[in-house]
Design a protein around this ligand. Structure first.
Ligand code: ADP
Length: 270
């Protein structure tokens, strides 16, 4: 298989398969470092999939590929039946056109380790900015939805605060509301509690548990919070050196892991 081709696909509808996310033979290298090694996995609509594994095993890179913050060297990535990039039979990698990628990305919300709120905007405006400017929602509708989402994350009374007036946990809950405001089909969560003081972690995880249990949103989650992973996941993928070395229902992965490296990892983190 070859590297990036010069051509750009103007559109990119994939054959209908039913999965919301599909990785086929995705390889990502940074120099000589193969971070993802011909990776295949799928996520069905409404499912919650958690990626676990040692630091540096490629988990965040998967989320960044879905956000098109980075591109693969090989392979095909499909979101909701639309290509983000597509490897042709001759081995060339065809990235989807920019306009198409923007459309595909409207289906994806991401919450980062660092909350990345706009510091100069009040909480409500942090949430309404993208729905108004990207989705073309009216300000009134966006405000109303944002208030509902702030209630959902337990911050209905902080609409007029600036991010700096909130705790880290509260800021992260605003970031979750902001991601949901775009009505994404899939929510990507990248170690969303790792930058928080320990006493603030539970509040954020409770909000995410609530969202997982009461909405039909699909979640792809990188976390070191194993109890949380166990509570919300339909499937856990254990990564090591850019490959899925074991996958399955959390009851199985956390109680009877088959792979020795999974056992070693879990005994170190549990
Ligand atoms: P994980 O999320 O499992 O900790 P990552 O996906 O963040 O792993 O990183 C996987 C590997 O890719 C690591 O070795 C990391 O150093 C490397 N890597 C990630 N981003 C870059 C980059 N922009 N440039 C070079 N190497 C990178």
């Amino acid at each position: 298989m070859a590297g990036t081709a010069a051509t750009t696909a103007p559109t990119g509808t994939a054959p209908a398969t039913g999965e919301l996310i599909r990785f086929d033979g995705v390889t990502k290298r940074f120099g000589a470092n193969t971070v993802l090694d011909s990776l295949d996995f799928t996520v069905d609509p409404g499912k919650h999939v958690t990626l676990i594994g040692p630091s540096g095993s490629g988990k965040t890179t998967i989320l960044r590929l879905l956000m098109t913050l980075t591109r693969p060297d090989e392979g095909t990535i499909t979101v909701d039946g639309q290509y983000l990039c597509h490897e042709e039979k001759n081995g060339g990698l065809v990235p989807a056109g920019e306009k198409h990628v923007r459309e595909v990305r409207k289906n994806i919300g991401m919450v980062f380790q660092q909350f990345n709120l706009f510091p100069n905007m009040k909480v409500l405006r942090n949430i309404t900015e993208a729905p108004v400017h990207v989705l073309g929602m009216s300000q009134d509708e966006a405000d109303e939805r944002a208030r509902g989402l702030l209630d959902l994350v337990g911050l209905g009374d902080r609409c007029d605060a600036y991010p700096s007036q909130l705790s880290g946990g509260q800021q992260q809950r605003v970031a979750i509301a902001r991601a949901l405001a775009m009505r994404p089909k899939v929510l990507l969560l990248d170690e969303v509690t790792s930058a928080l003081d320990p006493e603030l972690v539970a509040g954020v995880l409770d909000v995410l548990r609530d969202i997982a249990h009461t909405t039909d949103i699909t979640m792809l989650c990188v976390t070191h919070e194993m109890n949380f992973a166990r509570d919300i996941s339909d499937c856990v993928l254990m990564f090591d050196e850019g490959k899925v070395i074991e996958s399955g229902h959390p009851d199985k992965i956390f109680t009877e892991p088959e792979n020795e490296r999974t056992r070693d990892f879990l005994s170190a983190v549990l």
